[in-house]
Design a protein. Sequence first.
Length: 78
Amino acid sequence: MRFYSEKDRQKGFIVGKDRQGNQQRFPLITLTIAIVTDDGTHYKGPLDMAKKAAELKEYAKTLPGSNYVKQEDVENVS
């Protein structure tokens, strides 16, 4: 958030031009990361791991701001 002015942080967006040159509001950038690990016994292959990562990332995007979600943390809460 240090790259945004205090005014923009308080508003929660910046004003800029889109690719067509139209002025509009853009939300502040956030980062969402999903972490999935395996010792070779939990998933059948990389595609299964990628699907789980996509599920976790979808969940993490429901949380406010920037977040990272680890598979173990979500499984322990469920």
